[in-house]
Design a protein around this ligand. Structure first.
Ligand SMILES: [Zn+2]
Length: 264
């Protein structure tokens, strides 16, 4: 069995026009036999406006856990009240992580300085919370590594989610003095993502995670469609081929890694 360690259920509902209950009911009967329902979901709320709904989802469904953070896209609108609410949410019993937060120079190249300041502050708050951290790092390798290298991360579980970098970036992340986990999404199946597969080859068995980042990044052959957690088998299959390992072994390792990273 597997857990989708990173998805945005509310965004899926908006994007696909289908509510979560309907999705859960139809997936076991999907015409594609590869599609499987995960055992559990980590729903990531990274817009303060969505925090309450995340709490509701996690209270309604026994197998939905939540993470709370503030995405770098809100760098210019984030308020001290948002941070205070995030810290409050981190105490909820179904909250398993702080995040996602980080740096995104793909969409936010013009706000680099503000992003690095915010990243340093969120990193400090996240570490103080004692929760695992979920990081969004996109096209900001050097700044991310410099900031992470200066942070007291020893013994802290860190999920670098939706890995899109190079093998070199993965190696430098893995060399940090922290419990680094690298999350692979549908991107690993994309034809033009050879760099991500090269990285997937060298991540140690005990440091990889399966995730969808739904509703984004649907794997081939569903690329471009709204992504849901039922597509994880396509990601696992590509990881297995890339690492020359039976797919059952990918599931076993990632399930165990999810337990060590998130405690579930
Ligand atoms: Zn995400």
């Amino acid at each position: 069995m597997f857990i989708d360690t990173h998805c945005h259920i509310d965004s899926y509902e908006r994007h696909a026009g289908e509510n979560f209950d309907t999705l859960l009911a139809r997936l076991p009967h999907d015409s594609d036999p590869a599609i499987m329902l995960p055992e559990a979901f980590i729903h990531v709320a990274c817009d303060p406006a969505d925090f309450d709904y995340a709490r509701e989802l996690s209270e309604k469904y026994g197998n939905v856990y939540a993470a709370y953070g503030i995405h770098p896209e809100y760098v210019e609108t984030e308020t001290p009240e948002d941070e205070a609410r995030m810290l409050e949410m981190l105490k909820h019993p179904k909250c398993v992580a702080c995040g996602e937060f980080g740096l995104d120079y793909h969409y936010g190249a013009d706000t680099r300085e503000a992003q690095t300041k915010l990243f340093e502050r969120h990193l400090r708050l996240g570490i103080e919370s004692g929760k695992p951290l979920v990081l969004h790092l996109r096209e900001a390798d050097d700044d991310a590594l410099a900031i992470l290298g200066n942070a007291p991360l020893k013994g802290v579980n860190v999920h670098v989610h939706c890995f899109t970098g190079t093998r070199d970036f993965a190696e430098r992340l893995l060399a940090l003095d922290a419990n680094i986990f690298i999350g692979f999404t549908g991107i690993v199946t994309f034809k033009n993502a050879a760099n991500v597969r090269e990285a997937a080859e060298i991540v140690p068995d005990g440091q990889m995670l399966l995730e969808t980042d739904a509703p984004y990044m649907a794997p081939v052959p569903y690329r471009g469609k709204p992504c849901h957690s039922g597509y994880i088998p396509y990601i696992a299959k590509t990881l297995a081929e890339t690492r020359k390992t039976p797919v059952e072994e990918i599931y076993r390792l990632c399930r165990e890694n999810t337990r060590r990273c998130y405690g579930i």
